[in-house]
Design a protein around this ligand. Structure first.
Ligand code: MN
Length: 133
């Protein structure tokens, strides 16, 4: 596993989410918890920031206009530059097989919306600590 890179001692999280209120909530929770956070509202921008910034973790919304989050995850995991970055899927869909699809695309964890604060932070910390959720 790659060594966790830190900036001023803070772990870095990129949030890729097209819904403004979900984005705002997730960024607020992460910053309150002491993470250094960047955000993107579409997959293309998210991939660009991932390559430039190499965050410790990406929270990737699955359903987005244009490129969806699972396609973006596959591209990041297939690219040696970004393959080591851990990715947690964010989805509003609690459909059977959804978790398996996220896992098959290379996601290291899975969080369903609406966000439950405690569970959300536990999953983020667990994936950062172990690389697996
Ligand atoms: Mn969405």
């Amino acid at each position: 596993m790659a060594t966790t890179m830190k900036e001023n001692g803070k772990e870095r999280v990129l949030v890729v989410e097209d819904n403004p209120s979900n984005l705002k909530l997730v960024v607020f929770l992460l910053e309150k918890e002491g993470f250094l956070v960047k955000q993107a509202t579409d997959a293309q921008h998210g991939i660009q920031i991932s390559k430039e910034w190499k965050p410790d973790l990406i929270l990737m919304d699955i359903q987005m206009p244009g490129m969806d989050g699972l396609t973006a995850t596959r591209l990041l995991k297939d690219n040696p530059e970004t393959a080591e970055i851990r990715i947690v899927a964010l989805t509003a869909l609690a459909m059977p097989g959804d978790r398996e699809r996220a896992s098959a695309a290379g996601c290291d964890g899975y969080i369903t919306k609406p966000i439950h604060y405690q569970e959300f932070l536990e999953t983020v910390k667990r994936v950062l600590a172990s690389g697996n959720a």
